[in-house]
Design a protein around this ligand. Structure first.
Ligand SMILES: [Fe+2]
Length: 374
């Protein structure tokens, strides 16, 4: 069995400022990588800049990372800062800036990096040191080596083959305070999917079960916040971040499975948020799992049974509409990928895959919370 998380994690309030000295250990000049807005709004960018100033570390700011960052964005950043003698890269934000930061750190280390390099296992995978400051509660990218990038040439998202683990993760729930409810819902369903897909995974081991179970217990305490039954507290924000972090630790070992694989076409074609696209297929995936194990996992996250879980997801995402042809394309992409078909801990053939795909349209909410199987 193997468990590999080479990331130093600080998970506490004001940890960016409290641990500014950690940043200085990576060098004298940082490249900060963010999206266009949220890092300014939630205070994380100000905290990082203050921490760098306290340690006399110079910085440059690249704030052009789009949602679902493309390989073109990675190359544009690398080209822009290649001659700046950057010592380390700080990614601030959700999965997009964090994933982009990892790929940019690799491209800055290797000037010859091109599209083939990102997808060639034989090339040197080393990168500049990476620091991650997550500001959403779904990606877990702060503790994984994965960098998912949009490939417009393939009309989907594909992880680069090289694992670039952050050296340091500074995790503070306060950056969720200003996040809209829709973002909290989408990202925490993504975290839940990471927890379930890592443990219902062919590569699961006892260490993955340990981190996934810890994450599910954290997630369960925030469930009523997602459904709007109560207001989100400071403690909830910390728990949402922590469950995402445990989920990241889990997928760092075993990877994701079918809901993620099926989601990428929806994200690309329909511009559907990642967590929502994954959430489409999560009930169907759990329904296909062995009943005893599934029910145990559902209880850990605070659900009574499969119906309770399906109703919860349907209520969160009742506005989802996925055209039949889109489901077909998502299914075709995954069906042709043997590794994805064999990624679950249980047997999956085209019939099981089709059941997972069709489960998206199988439940209809009747307004009184009751669900019917059509
Ligand atoms: Fe995800």
């Amino acid at each position: 069995m193997k468990f590999h998380i080479p990331v130093k994690v600080f998970d506490e309030k004001d940890c960016v400022k409290k641990h500014s000295g950690e940043l200085a250990t990576f060098g004298k000049k940082a490249l900060i990588v963010t999206g266009r807005n949220s890092a300014r709004v939630n205070g994380s960018l100000d905290d990082v800049i203050e921490a760098l100033k306290n340690e006399n570390v110079e910085y440059l700011l690249f704030s052009d990372v789009e949602e679902n960052p493309s390989v073109e964005t990675v190359f544009a950043a690398a080209e822009k800062y290649r001659t700046e003698c950057i010592d380390f890269v700080i990614g601030i934000g959700g999965g997009s800036p964090l994933d982009a930061a990892k790929a940019i750190a690799l491209a800055l280390k290797h000037p010859e990096t091109d599209l083939a390099y990102l997808y060639d296992k034989e090339r040197d995978p080393s990168a500049l040191p990476v620091v991650c400051v997550p500001t959403t509660c779904g990606t877990g990218s702060e503790v994984t080596g994965v960098s998912v990038l949009t490939r417009h040439d393939k009309k989907t998202k594909i992880s680069m083959v090289h694992k670039v683990y952050p050296d340091l993760a500074l995790v503070d729930g306060k950056y969720l305070e200003s996040a809209p409810q829709s973002l909290i819902v989408n990202t925490s369903v993504d975290a839940l999917a990471h927890l379930y897909e890592s443990v219902l995974n062919a590569k699961v081991n006892d260490y993955v079960r340990m981190t996934a179970c810890a994450g599910l217990k954290c997630w369960a305490k925030t469930k009523d916040v997602l459904s709007g039954k109560r207001e989100r507290s400071e403690e909830d924000n910390a728990l949402l971040m922590r469950s995402s972090l445990f989920a990241g630790m889990s997928i760092a070992q075993s990877g994701t499975s079918l809901p993620h694989a099926l989601s990428y076409a929806l994200t690309y074609d329909l511009k559907m948020p990642h967590g929502k696209a994954v959430g489409c297929f999560l009930p169907g995936f759990l329904a296909a799992a062995p009943a005893e194990q599934r029910d145990e996992l559902l209880k850990l996250a605070g659900f009574n049974d499969m119906d309770d879980f399906s109703a919860f997801i349907s209520e969160l995402f009742k506005d989802i509409e996925v055209p039949e042809e889109e489901l077909h394309r998502a299914g075709e992409l995954v069906s042709a990928n043997r590794a994805k078909m064999e990624s679950a801990s249980f047997f999956v053939d085209d019939t099981v895959l089709d059941n997972i795909l069709q489960s998206r349209g199988r439940f209809h909410n009747h307004g009184d919370g009751s669900m019917v199987d059509c």
